[in-house]
Design a protein around this ligand. Structure first.
Ligand code: HEM
Length: 368
């Protein structure tokens, strides 16, 4: 008898909690959602290029949408205003990252890379190594030796490996593919490449042996080309997923804690409400504009913004600026035989980072 009464009480309590939660949810103003299927949710609406599918869905369902990737609810944000609310107003409550399959995959790759990193470090520790071209690993190893605490050496070597992993996995790919997109857009438009190379060679003179960091400030048109590349081809079009740590409201919609948020910076970069002829590669749109890509202007967010903004941003920008300046100063670029600039396309591939689907093939001609 006592057991039946206890069961009755427990069931009543569980039902009350369940209905209380339901009533609370009913009061919430949830973002609009495209119709979904059981189990797969909205996955059938996400094509090979998620940022593009999400952009098209946002055109129909609005700048704040609630989707379900299988059973996982994901809020997708696709306007400057909503991005600012997530990344600035609610920065602290949105600065967590969900545990993702991708993160696990990266850590598995990291194990494979570990041997390579150890090899690079051993190479730097070789006493016979030339000291002529010292790099950041030499500086970090110097710092370890100056500390002179052998017991902490292993830990610090692990830090160097972590640093190399960050550069490998987050840095090199993003910088390289940004340069490829910039070169693609330039060779597609012979007037543009002529203009940017004209500026560079006029400003730097004709017989420089090496490009230096000071040269970057002499080439404003190249800087606009890079801005325009970040607008049309952000390396990570959905930045990296965030997760809410508290209940927040974005554009009046409720987003509960532990909810994934994707910010579609690619869609914002092509929003016709913000940009004239958004699909056109036109560096001159930045001529008299103060809009910059360092996380303060929410219409242009290739590096994200707020507490979790890309920590490698200065290095990424320097790599793209110096890389392009070298390519455009020292070389002219021809297309392979039989191809014209009209054959160059901008078809995309990839999910987390976006590459050119058909690899760009160019023939360098050394400028004397
Ligand atoms: C053109 C080059 C690069 C681009 C476009 C880029 C873009 C991004 C973006 C969009 C994010 C997510 C930011 C957010 O959630 O708000 C990010 C995060 C990150 N980036 Fe970069 N990145 C670049 C270069 C680099 C470099 C060179 C490094 C390392 C040396 C680096 C290391 C990282 C790391 C470690 C994170 C994760 C930060 C965190 O979770 O707190 N990135 N990057």
């Amino acid at each position: 008898m006592a057991i039946s009464f206890l069961c009755f009480c427990l069931i009543t309590l569980a039902s009350l909690i369940f209905f209380a939660k339901k009533i609370k949810h009913l009061k919430w103003n949830l973002p609009p959602s495209p119709p979904k299927f059981p189990v797969i949710g909205n996955l059938h609406q996400i094509g090979e290029l998620p940022h593009r599918s999400l952009q098209h869905l946002a055109e129909r369902y609005g700048p704040v949408m609630l989707l379900h990737f299988g059973f996982v609810p994901v809020t997708v944000v696709s306007s400057r205003e909503a991005a600012e609310e997530v990344l600035r107003t609610h920065d602290l409550d949105c600065c967590s990252r969900p545990k993702l399959v991708g993160t696990r995959l990266l850590s598995r790759n990291f194990k494979d890379l570990d041997a390579l990193f150890q090899h690079v470090i051993d190479d730097h520790l070789n006493p016979g190594r030339s000291k002529e071209h010292e790099d950041i690993i030499d500086s970090m190893l110097d710092a370890i030796h100056k500390e002179g605490k052998d017991s902490s050496l292993e830990l610090i070597i692990d830090h160097i490996k972590g640093f190399l992993a960050n550069i490998f996995l987050a840095g090199i790919d993003t910088g390289a593919l940004t340069m490829i997109w910039a070169m693609t857009e330039l060779v597609k438009n012979p007037k543009l490449i002529k203009k940017v190379q004209g500026e560079i060679r006029e400003q730097l003179g004709s017989n420089k042996a090496r490009i230096t960091e000071e040269d970057i400030d002499k080439v404003p048109y190249l800087k606009m080309v890079i801005k325009e590349t970040f607008r049309l081809h952000p390396a990570a079009p959905l930045i990296l997923p965030r997760e809410t740590m508290a209940h927040i409201k974005v554009q009046g919609y409720d987003i509960p804690p532990k909810r994934r948020i994707l910010v579609n910076v690619s869609a914002i970069g092509r929003d016709p409400k913000l940009w004239t002829n958004p699909e056109e590669f036109d560096p001159e749109r930045f001529m008299d504009s103060s809009v910059d890509y360092r996380g303060q202007h929410y219409e242009l967010l290739p590096f994200g913004s707020g507490r979790r903004i890309c920590p490698g941003m200065p290095m990424g920008i320097a790599a793209v600026e110096l890389g392009l300046l070298n390519l455009l100063y020292f070389f002219d670029w021809k297309l392979p035989d039989g191809m014209t600039h009209k054959d160059i396309d901008t078809e995309e591939a990839g999910t987390l980072t976006i590459v050119k689907k058909v690899p760009l093939q160019l023939v360098p001609v050394r400028v004397q």
